[in-house]
Design a protein around this ligand. Structure first.
Ligand code: FNR
Length: 188
């Protein structure tokens, strides 16, 4: 019995540092949280005209999203903001009007970048959208993972010890955040 957490990664790259960080975090999952990657790369670009008869990918994504209790976002920074693919997923999940699938699900944000700034701009642009779609997003600890090219080995394993310790701390706080803000209790 665990809360189901959707892990949403804003990079489509196979060798994505955000994906590698997501996998490291999933490997630290406490018993009360079960994590699952929720793909966003196949969603057609959002068009409001689709609200009447939505593409199959939209329906599947929205249905999947509804089945989760919480959300963990990992985002790269593209030109000081979130990649379009991630913004697109947020838009798709928020519509049709009145059927916002994100509503009330507790969330966490991690930004991962090759820059030492750690994707600060993307992290906060994402938070701006999450306010509007009513995702109670954990404020602390903030997670800006910089210099990502130095943190993993060739197989994609997180080898940087201080980053690992930080992510453990993040995970413990996130577990607590989910417990406090989740809409429904764990069912047997
Ligand atoms: C970047 N990158 C980047 N990095 C950053 O810290 N701030 C930025 O504004 C940008 N802008 C940017 C724009 C575009 C179009 C690309 C492709 C890249 C670099 C980025 O941090 C790097 O490519 C990461 O490796 C992307 O994350 P993934 O794919 O490894 O998860």
């Amino acid at each position: 019995n665990a809360y189901k957490i959707a892990v949403i990664v804003g990079s489509l790259r196979k060798e994505s540092y955000n994906l590698k960080t997501a996998k490291a975090l999933i490997g630290m999952a406490p018993e009360t949280l079960s994590f699952e990657l929720l793909p966003i790369g196949d969603l057609p670009l959002y068009n409001e005209e689709y609200d009447g008869a939505s593409p199959e990918q939209y329906n599947r994504f929205r249905e999947q999203l509804r089945s989760f209790d919480g959300l963990l976002f990992l985002t790269p920074e593209y030109n000081r903001s979130v990649p379009g693919v991630l913004k697109n997923a947020i838009d798709v999940g928020s519509r049709p009007y009145g059927q916002n699938c994100w509503d009330g699900k507790p969330g966490g944000v991690v930004s991962v970048s090759i820059s030492s700034l750690g994707g600060f701009g993307a992290n906060h642009h994402l938070r701006q959208s999450l306010v509007f779609v009513n995702v109670p997003t954990m404020p602390q600890p903030e997670a800006y993972i910089g210099n990502a090219q130095n943190l993993f080995d060739e197989s994609g394993n997180l080898t940087n010890e201080s980053t690992r310790e930080f992510l453990q701390t993040f995970m413990t706080a996130f577990e607590n955040w989910v417990k406090v803000h989740v809409k429904k209790p764990i069912t047997a």
